[in-house]
Design a protein around this ligand. Structure first.
Ligand SMILES: *[C@@H]1O[C@H](CO)[C@@H](O)[C@H](O)[C@H]1NC(C)=O
Ligand SMILES: *[C@@H]1O[C@H](CO)[C@@H](O)[C@H](O)[C@H]1NC(C)=O
Length: 218
């Protein structure tokens, strides 16, 4: 990644954290997540200050392309509070998404965050759908950004014939993801067939076919 890209991302993260913060504001300098603590709070409890060091605020998890050798041809690598405990209470996080040629990051929502993607390489067809059912879509290229407003269903598709990748910034330490197809057809326990047949206006056979395709691989 070039220095200008890194500076851009840092600025983006700062703007997101101050202007349109979604997570709650911190009440202390830092509260490094104690991921091992069994105590449940809104976020994570803070690690003892004496045990905090630079590694809590560091990760190289986004430096390498993720493997896109899967059914959809895409992989999301999250650098959120679960991977970078120093993000706890700070209201920001990043992801990297890699796409094989024809790869799709399927329609999904982030219940807790707005997302801004920055294209590292390649070309993507991206879009989101408003609550009035209007599709807002565009083809974006290396160096471009695109915004997916909080909670709205969105997707990215690599229609090029080379690898593509983006960095995503979120105004949440843990944006959460609900992938529409998997949420409805691969939940445990399953969403009843009669709910899905009526919702999608198809028969049980079609619903069961989708369920079997999306079933988690054992
Ligand atoms: C930080 O502390 C952990 C143990 O809590 C240790 O494994 C690690 O090496 C330390 N890292 C730095 C950069 O000091
Ligand atoms: C992709 O995955 C399949 C099955 O999981 C495996 O057989 C194949 O070797 C993998 N290809 C590469 C290039 O990793």
């Amino acid at each position: 990644m070039k220095l200008v890209d890194i500076l851009f991302l840092l600025t983006l993260a700062m703007v997101l954290s101050t202007a349109i913060s979604s997570d709650l504001d911190p009440l202390q300098d830092l509260c490094v997540a104690d991921l091992a603590s069994g105590v449940k709070v809104n976020g994570f409890t803070c690690k003892e200050a004496s045990k905090v060091n630079a590694s809590d605020f560091f990760s190289s998890i986004l430096s390498q392309p993720g493997s896109t050798n899967n059914t959809l041809g895409s992989l999301v690598t999250g650098a959120n509070v679960e991977k970078v405990p120093g993000l706890n209470t700070l209201g920001v996080s990043l992801s990297r998404i890699d796409y094989a040629p024809d790869g799709l990051n399927p329609p999904h929502t982030h219940p807790r965050a707005t997302e801004v993607v920055f294209v590292l390489e390649g070309q993507l067809d991206v879009g989101f759908i408003t609550t009035s059912n209007v599709l807002i879509s565009k083809t974006i290229n290396k160096g471009d950004i695109f915004v997916f407003p909080k909670g709205l269903v969105h997707f990215q598709k690599n229609n090029g014939n080379v690898h593509a990748s983006v960095i995503s910034a979120f105004n949440s330490q843990l944006p959460g993801t609900q992938s529409i197809a998997a949420t409805l057809f691969a939940a445990t326990p399953p969403v009843p067939d009669h709910v899905l047949t009526k919702a999608f206006q198809v028969g049980t056979k079609e619903v069961d076919k989708i369920k079997s395709r999306l079933a988690p691989k054992k």
